[in-house]
Design a protein around this ligand. Structure first.
Ligand SMILES: Cc1ncc(COP(=O)(O)O)c(C=O)c1O
Length: 385
């Protein structure tokens, strides 16, 4: 018998995916021409955050020789993992996002899991957009509340579900992303805010993972850009995308923060982020304020749409994420090979991850993409119009 012994269903699942050309492999660590990372502002790729952190450490060390020596959190925030540094960062995050309070989680996945599994109760209803991220779906699965999905960005469908079911539940939680990760389209947040404002027991939860750094004053997000921050019960900001670091924060009321500290299992039963991660988050917020990376990003998005005006089947978006419908896995493979030949990296979204016939190529524009890189992307895509 070999050293490693596996249940046969693991082997079967892998073999099946391989046979259908769906087996995923970890890609090259640093793509040469990057149209697929979520580092929209280049905080990570350009070393902006790294340099800012270095400056911070040098500055700190001149005051406190032991700064960052005890970096590890070593336990949950509920035990010895809490610190003034984290609490101070949370106050700054809350202030930046115009909320009463913020609570840092180890990732966006943990934040959504911890929020949705803890807040809605057995007597509540969750209605989420059908395209909501896996972390939202998993949080809902862990919740005891009843749940339904409404058709993507379809307000009529949402209102039908609310009117049909609201009377049977204590509270209704409507969960959306401000920018959808798949196609980069935005949620109708103004209308959603209206719907949720009309009734006392409807609460709006917005995941701003792909909007922070991209929309709003100094990158505060789409809720800020549309002035609906105060209409949200909770907002989730993740730091692994435009912020170039790691972790996430849920912002809302002081009472929500207190509730999550007491009942959110993905907050309680895990070691806190190390101090270096908290420093990175704080410095990323500083970069949002001090740099003009967001303007460069939007200039590049505008340049892409000028150059690619003739591209058919391109779903237009104002965010950093864009998609072009291709329609079959075979055609996607052909484009993929062509892009790799030119050292261009984008994501191929195949069926069954999306419905057959809606296979698409997804590419992210960044502040650091050069005009020549965008020209190259458009040229390759043009051959497949
Ligand atoms: C909308 C959305 N929310 C949450 C997450 C999870 O964030 P994190 O990568 O910080 O776990 C993602 C990640 O892809 C996402 O797209």
């Amino acid at each position: 018998m070999s050293l490693y012994h596996h249940p046969t269903n693991l082997l079967k699942a892998l073999a099946e995916w391989e046979q259908n050309g769906l087996l995923r492999k970890l890609p090259e660590a640093v793509p040469e021409i990057d149209f697929y990372s979520n580092d929209y502002l280049g905080f990570s790729r350009l070393g902006l955050l790294y340099r800012k952190l270095q400056e911070g450490i040098i500055h700190d060390q001149s005051n406190k020789p032991d700064a960052l020596v005890n970096d590890g959190a070593n336990s949950s925030r509920m035990v010895s993992g809490n610190s003034h540094v984290i609490e101070e960062a949370e106050k700054q995050i809350a202030m930046f996002h115009h909320a009463q309070a913020a609570l840092i989680f180890n990732s966006g996945y943990d934040a959504n899991l911890g929020l949705l599994s803890a807040v809605p109760q057995k007597t509540d209803l969750i209605i989420c957009d059908e395209f909501a991220n896996a972390s939202i779906q998993d949080g809902i699965r862990l919740s005891q509340a009843t749940h339904y999905r409404f058709k993507h960005n379809d307000l009529e469908d949402l209102e039908t579900l609310i009117h049909r079911h609201q009377k049977n539940f204590d509270n209704v939680f409507v969960v959306v992303e401000s920018v959808y990760a798949l196609d980069g389209d935005t949620a109708p947040l103004l209308e959603l805010a209206d719907i949720c404002q009309d009734t006392k027991n409807i609460f709006l939860i917005v995941d701003e993972a792909h909007a922070i750094g991209v929309f709003g004053k100094q990158g505060r997000g789409l809720c800020n850009a549309l002035s609906i921050e105060k209409n949200c019960f909770a907002r989730v900001y993740t730091f692994g995308k435009a912020m170039g670091s790691h972790g996430a924060a849920i912002v809302g009321s002081e009472m929500l923060r207190n509730y999550l500290i007491n009942f959110s299992r993905s907050f309680i039963y895990t070691s806190a982020l190390p101090q270096s991660s908290i420093e990175a988050i704080k410095h990323a917020y500083q970069l949002l304020i001090e740099t003009n990376q967001k303007d460069l990003l939007h200039q590049n998005i505008a340049y892409f749409y000028t150059k690619g005006a003739a591209l058919k089947n391109c779903i237009k978006s104002q965010s950093a994420i864009h998609t072009m419908m291709i329609g079959s896995n075979e055609q996607l493979d052909k484009i993929g090979q062509e892009l790799v030949k030119h050292k261009v990296h984008a994501r191929m979204i195949k069926s069954p991850h999306v419905k057959s016939g809606t296979e698409r190529i997804r590419f992210c524009i960044h502040a650091y993409n050069t005009k020549a890189e965008i020209d190259l992307l458009v040229n390759v895509l043009s051959n497949f119009r």
